[in-house]
Design a protein around this ligand. Structure first.
Ligand code: ATP
Ligand code: MG
Length: 400
C-alpha cells in the first residue's frame, strides 16, 4: 500500500508544558528541514501530535529521514480517511493489516476516540473492527496481551487514522531548542559521538577543527568535513570552522619543554574555541574528552587545560567506556569514517613521553615564552568557515 500520511508522536515534549509551543515549532522546522528534498510533503499540527501529508512523495525515503530527527518519540505510516462511515473504516482497517509483511498470527485492535462526536464508543468499535478483520482473513487470532501487531485506529475530528507499524524515533529534544555549543571536532571516534549526544539534548552545534597543514594532509581535513556532514543528517546544515594551527604547534615545539607540548597545545585549542564561541554566540564548548583512555586524559590534565577559559565545557562521553562510544559511533554512522588512517594534528607532534599529570604552574611558566595573545589572534583571524550541507554540493566531496 502506498501510505499517504505519517503520524508523529513526540513524548518528551509533552512533559515540558511551558516551553511546549517553542519545542513544537522547533520540531516542525527540523522535520521540514530534514524533508527539504520532498517539497510536496506538508506538516500538519494536531493537538499533541503532528502528521505529514505525503502527496505522493516516497514513504520509504521519508522514513529513513524521520528516524534521524531528534525529538520524535515514534511515528507510523498511516492510512487516513475522511469518512466517519463505519463500513468504510472497517474496510480501511482490514486493508492496513493485510498489508503487514510477514503476515502476523495474532493482533489486537486499539481504538482511540478523541472525536467525541463520533457515535460509537471505543469498545464497540474495537469489537466491530476486530470481528470484521477476523471474518476476512485466515490464520489470524486475537491476542490482547502480546499481539504481534496492534491495529491502531484513531478517530479524530479531522478524520480517521489507521496504522499497524510503529517506528521508534531518535528521542531527545529538537535540535535548536537548547541554544548553541562549539564542538571541538577531531578526526577521531569520540568527538563526533560527543557532538551527536550534545545535539540530542537539543543543542545546535558548530564544529571547530584544528588543522596543521602541511604537517597534516588535505585528506585529514576532508575526513573532518565528512564527519561533520554525517552529523548534519541529524541536525540539518552546520558551520565548520577550520583553524590554522601550524604556527602555534611549531612555536610550541621550538619553545616549550617537550613533555608539556600536548598540554600547551590543548590550552591553545581551548582559548581559540572560546573566542569562536563568543564570535558566534555559543554559550558552551563540547569535546570528546574522556577520563583515563590515554595518558593525557587525566583529571590533572583536564584541570590544567580547562583553566584557560571560563566557558562551560560539555563532555558527554566522559562517563562512557570506549566500547559504548564505539557502539554509538556505529549506530550514527561516523565510525567507518573515524577509523580512516589520516593523521590528526595531535598525533603528529606527540612527544616521546607526554606528562600524565601536568602542573598548572609549569604549563603557565612554559607558556610565558610564547606571545600567547598574538598567536591566538592570528589563528582566529585565519579561520576558514565552511557551511556543511547534508548533501555534498561540490564536486569531489565524498558522500556516504
Ligand atoms: P577523539 O576520538 O575525538 O579524537 P580522543 O580520545 O582521541 O578523542 P584526544 O585526542 O585526547 O581524545 O582529544 C580530546 C578532545 O579534544 C577530542 O575529543 C576533541 O574534542 C578535541 N580535539 C582533539 N584534537 C582536535 C583537533 N585537531 N581539532 C579539534 N578538536 C580536537
Ligand atoms: Mg583524537
Amino acid at each position: 500500500m502506498q501510505y499517504e500520511h505519517v503520524l508523529i508522536r513526540y513524548g518528551e515534549l509533552a512533559l515540558k508544558k511551558r516551553n511546549r509551543k517553542d519545542f513544537e515549532n522547533q520540531l516542525i522546522r527540523n522535520i521540514k528541514k530534514a524533508l527539504y528534498a520532498y517539497s510536496k510533503v506538508q506538516v500538519v499540527r494536531a493537538y499533541g501530535r503532528l502528521y505529514l501529508e505525503l502527496h505522493g512523495e516516497p514513504y520509504g525515503e521519508i522514513e529513513a529521514k524521520l528516524r534521524k530527527v531528534f525529538g520524535i518519540h515514534s511515528f507510523s505510516p498511516t492510512r487516513f480517511i475522511q469518512s466517519f462511515d463505519i463500513e468504510t473504516i472497517k474496510e480501511a482497517a482490514l486493508a492496513v493489516i493485510r498489508d503487514v509483511e510477514p503476515f502476523p498470527k495474532t493482533f489486537k485492535v486499539v481504538v482511540k476516540r478523541p472525536n467525541k462526536q463520533f457515535p460509537y464508543l471505543s469498545g464497540e468499535m474495537n469489537r466491530e473492527i476486530g470481528a470484521y478483520v477476523l471474518r476476512n482473513t485466515n490464520n489470524l487470532t486475537v491476542d490482547v496481551h502480546q499481539p504481534e501487531v496492534e491495529l491502531r485506529v484513531e478517530i479524530r475530528v479531522e478524520g480517521v487514522f489507521i496504522s499497524c507499524d510503529t517506528i521508534p524515533g531518535m528521542g531527545g529534544l529538537p535540535t535548536g531548542s537548547s541554544g548553541k555549543a562549539m564542538l571541538m571536532l577531531s578526526g577521531g571516534i569520540d568527538s563526533p559521538v560527543a557532538g551527536w549526544m550534545t545535539m540530542k539534548r537539543g543543542v545546535r552545534i558548530e564544529g571547530v577543527h584544528f588543522h596543521s597543514y602541511p604537517f597534516t594532509s588535505e585528506q585529514a581535513k576532508q575526513k573532518v568535513i565528512d564527519l561533520a556532514r554525517i552529523l548534519t543528517q541529524y541536525s540539518g546544515g552546520m558551520k565548520l570552522h577550520i583553524v590554522p594551527f601550524t604556527e602555534i604547534q611549531t612555536k610550541i615545539r621550538e619553545t616549550c619543554r617537550e613533555d608539556y607540548t600536548i598540554t600547551i597545545m590543548r590550552r591553545f585549542m581551548m582559548r581559540i574555541t572560546e573566542r569562536l564561541a563568543q564570535q558566534h554566540g555559543a554559550l558552551a564548548i563540547a569535546t570528546g574528552e574522556s577520563l583515563g583512555q590515554v595518558a593525557s586524559q587525566t583529571m590533572e590534565s583536564m584541570y590544567t587545560i580547562n583553566h584557560v577559559i571560563d566557558t562551560p565545557v560539555l563532555r558527554p562521553v566522559v562517563a562512557m567506556d570506549k566500547e559504548e562510544i564505539m557502539q554509538i559511533a556505529r549506530k550514527i554512522e561516523t565510525y567507518e569514517t573515524s577509523i580512516l588512517p589520516f593523521e590528526d594534528c595531535c598525533t603528529i607532534f606527540v612527544p616521546k613521553s607526554p606528562v600524565t599529570r601536568p602542573k598548572l604552574e609549569l604549563a603557565e611558566k612554559f607558556e610565558r615564552e610564547l606571545d600567547v595573545e598574538r598567536l591566538v589572534e592570528n589563528a582566529v583571524n585565519g579561520v576558514e568557515s565552511l557551511w556543511i550541507d547534508p548533501v555534498a554540493s561540490e564536486e569531489g566531496h565524498s558522500f556516504f
